[in-house]
Design a protein around this ligand. Structure first.
Ligand code: FES
Ligand code: FE
Length: 428
């Protein structure tokens, strides 16, 4: 509590305690006060297109089944048998109209109703009301194909939660008719890293790119005009914790890395203001509070040649202090050609798949940083978050939120940690 009260004062002044990045008590409070209340990303609708399709994901430490029912709607339920609490579904994705518990054999429809109980007559003598013992439903709402769930019955509607960030989210999610869809299964791995470091980085850390990823430039995998890529904009939605960094590279043609017909299709689903922002953006890296991030990035499959722009969506799920599970998806425009989709998927895999070269650069740093944050002296120290602290917001930017330029700044991070502290301190 004292740490968070210090943080409440420190963040607006540009200070964040190291301890939040690796601490048992912080983790336990996050589980209740952040992940127990926010809208958590569960799945993209395109991952479960057919009746019976399902994926399993988490809200806090609760495993959730997201399934397409026989009627075609989406249902999310806790992956917990109501008899004695066994985890019923053991795979991460698949297709099944029913789930049967491997302990005593209770059977549920994928919509959650309990329909089968062994020895129902002989054992329970009809004293068990099956209607009462269906799977625990999880409240869900959807935005542009993204399915979110919350454990908080009083959580604000999803659209309100996303607020003005929808303007920026659409750039990732509404790329032409049919929107953006998931291509291939997600990469999924564990890391000895705190989830918050990843979110901070993906809220617009353009500062690390030329150093941590310098070999990407040296080897010619990052198409660049040679101009500094520190230019561009950082935008966050005050009070919401969502932030985006929009990197601009002077001299690069607008929409470089997208086929022209795809750009024309994007113009059908994005507004003129969104297209204007997108046209000036080389890299768009943003996060929905607390732990869902996106990145659009050009990448050259053949070093030195013009790149292809790919989009990745990633989720950082905390599993303990300084420990997390990571999911990473490739998103492609539904309307794009198969050729573009394959090229984008290759670029994504090489750059930000599980063994992607930039993914490795980042986790190498994040893992060590996490370890140090838990050390006896470091855990009592603070970090400076003063970059751009006196920078005035722009009044003429086409997109919403608090927008500053250039995007190398801690502005978005102060917004992120302010929202985080509010959730952690709020009793209800
Ligand atoms: Fe599932 Fe007993 S725990 S049937
Ligand atoms: Fe990085």
């Amino acid at each position: 509590q004292r740490l968070l009260e210090t943080m409440q004062v420190g963040v607006p002044e540009g200070r964040v305690p190291a301890r939040i990045f690796n601490d048992q008590a912080v983790y336990e409070r996050e589980r209740e006060r952040v992940f127990g209340r926010v809208w958590c990303f569960l799945a993209h609708e395109s991952e479960v297109p057919k009746p019976g399709d399902y994926v399993t994901r988490y809200i806090a430490d609760n495993n959730v089944i997201v399934a397409r029912t026989e009627r075609g709607d989406l249902k999310a339920s806790l992956n917990m048998c109501r008899h004695r609490g066994n985890m019923m579904c053991k795979s991460e994705m698949g297709n099944s109209s029913h789930f049967r518990c491997s302990y005593h054999g209770w059977v549920y429809k994928n919509s959650g109703e309990l329909i089968g109980v062994p020895y129902f007559k002989e054992g329970y003598e009809s004293k068990l009301d099956r209607k009462q013992w269906g799977l625990v439903p999880v409240r869900t709402e959807t935005y542009a194909g993204l399915v979110f769930g919350t454990l908080d019955p009083d959580a604000e509607p999803l659209e309100e939660y996303l607020g003005g960030f929808q303007f920026y989210l659409d750039i990732y999610l509404k790329q032409g008719p049919g929107g953006s869809v998931v291509h291939g299964p997600p990469d999924h791995w564990v890391a000895e890293t705190d989830w918050k470091i990843c979110v901070e980085n993906f809220s617009g850390d353009g500062y690390h790119t030329p150093v941590a990823h310098q070999f990407g430039f040296h080897l010619g995998y990052f198409p660049s005009s040679g101009a500094t890529h520190s230019q561009g904009w950082a935008a966050h939605i005050p009070g919401k914790g969502h932030g985006i960094g929009l990197g601009h590279t002077p001299g690069m043609p607008p929409f470089a890395g997208y086929p022209p017909e795809l750009v024309a299709q994007m113009g059908e689903t994005l507004s003129p203001a969104q297209m204007e922002v997108f046209s000036k953006t080389r890299t768009a890296v943003g996060s929905v509070f607390p732990n869902l991030s996106f990145l659009i990035q050009p990448f050259s499959l053949v070093p030195g040649e013009p790149g292809v722009r790919f989009c990745t969506m990633r989720l950082y799920h905390p599993t303990g202090p300084g420990r997390m599970e990571m999911w990473s998806w490739c998103l492609v425009p539904a309307a794009a050609s198969d050729e573009y989709k394959e090229a984008a998927y290759k670029a994504y895999t090489l750059a930000f798949g599980q063994a992607g070269m930039f993914e490795q650069d980042d986790f190498e740093n994040w893992t060590r940083l996490t370890r140090v944050a838990g050390s006896s002296v470091a855990k009592h120290l603070e970090f400076p978050y003063v970059m751009g602290i006196e920078r005035e917001p722009l009044s003429d930017f086409p997109g919403p939120g608090h927008v500053v330029s250039p995007y190398v700044t801690d502005t978005n991070f102060r917004g992120l940690w302010g929202t985080y502290t509010d959730y952690m301190l709020k009793e209800s």
